[in-house]
Design a protein around this ligand. Structure first.
Ligand code: CP
Ligand code: NVA
Length: 300
């Protein structure tokens, strides 16, 4: 059966652990200049319905490092942008390429695509989840601090796609997730209910950050929510991760943000650019973690 990576739950905790170790190994190999290009002749299709810097470059560069090729597809110049059914697009693309990554709006779109795809499909962000970012975040934690099992992680801000993937990560990697979100911006109720043994929800960012080992945030208005920006800026005004909030966490706590960040909104410039911030490692690790993911999916 074709394996996909639509959420973190598509891999077992043991597979995720192995993948992270492999990502760390691939990073070492690249730093030491070791060429590892086993996928000559393999092609990655990349469908983007939303903007991207990190995801596009990390997948495209990663596939190139691995000896394969990548094709960038946008709705502006393909038939799926003109309404060709996603099922038909999936059948056609998967008859021509070996693996596909998709960044889209509705999570159902990628589920439908995967159902009709003969090759592995990777979720490169939907409105509901962003699992590739979590691979990079968990690799970054491992590199800095070792196992995340039993640690306290605080999510401050919007109950969005990143927050949902942190909920899945809490289950899969065994940490405690404390979410602080304003009323009306909570994460998905069903996802919360099925993970209530490892996830708590509050409206109080101070309580969530108290004694945390890791503090994470993300933009207040995600892609597709631009017209809500002003309303959200008001709702999230008390949810900025700043030095005061970081001071409630453990003294060796780390700060993460998937980027792009808005200094002075969800995070102060001082925190983003502080030594506790590992955001640049997170961004770089997208490359290594996704190379490990591509290798895993292509060798199943
Ligand atoms: N973090 C992330 O996915 O960044 P991009 O939107 O630049 O791909
Ligand atoms: N929550 C953000 C993440 C960007 C990488 C968005 O969906 O726009």
């Amino acid at each position: 059966m074709t394996r996909h990576f639509l959420t973190l739950n598509d891999l077992t905790p043991a597979e995720l652990e192995t993948l992270l170790q492999r990502a760390i190994e691939l990073k070492r190999m690249r730093i030491e200049g070791e060429i590892y290009a086993p996928f000559r002749g393999k092609v990655l299709g990349m469908m983007f319905e939303k903007s991207s810097t990190r995801t596009r470059v990390s997948f495209e560069a990663g596939m190139s490092h691995l000896g394969g090729d990548a094709i960038f597809l946008s709705p502006r110049d393909t038939q799926f942008g003109r309404g060709e059914p996603i099922e038909d697009t999936a059948r056609v693309l998967s008859s021509m390429v070996d693996i596909i990554m998709i960044r889209t709006y509705a999570h159902e779109t990628i589920e439908t695509f995967a159902t009709h795809s003969k090759v592995p499909v990777i979720n490169a962000l939907t409105d509901m989840y962003h699992p590739c970012q979590l691979l990079a975040d968990m690799q970054t934690w491992h590199e800095q601090r070792g196992s995340i099992r039993g640690k306290k992680v605080a999510w401050i801000g919007d109950g969005n796609n990143m927050c949902h993937s942190y909920i899945n990560a809490a289950r899969q990697f065994g940490f405690e997730l404390h979410i602080a979100a304003p009323g009306g911006y909570e994460p998905d109720a069903g996802l919360l209910a099925s993970n209530k043994d490892c996830v708590t929800l509050t409206t109080d960012p101070q309580a969530a950050s108290d004694g945390a080992d890791l503090i994470v945030t993300d933009v207040w208005a995600s892609m597709g929510q631009e017209e809500e920006s002003q309303k959200r800026a008001l709702a999230f005004a008390d949810y900025q991760v700043n030095s005061e909030l970081m001071s409630l966490a453990n003294s060796d706590a780390l700060f993460m943000h998937c980027l792009p960040a808005h200094r002075g909104e969800e995070v102060s410039a001082a925190v983003l650019d502080d030594r506790q911030s590992v955001v640049w490692d997170q961004a770089e690790n997208r490359l290594h973690a996704q190379k490990a993911l591509i290798e895993f999916l292509l060798t199943q």
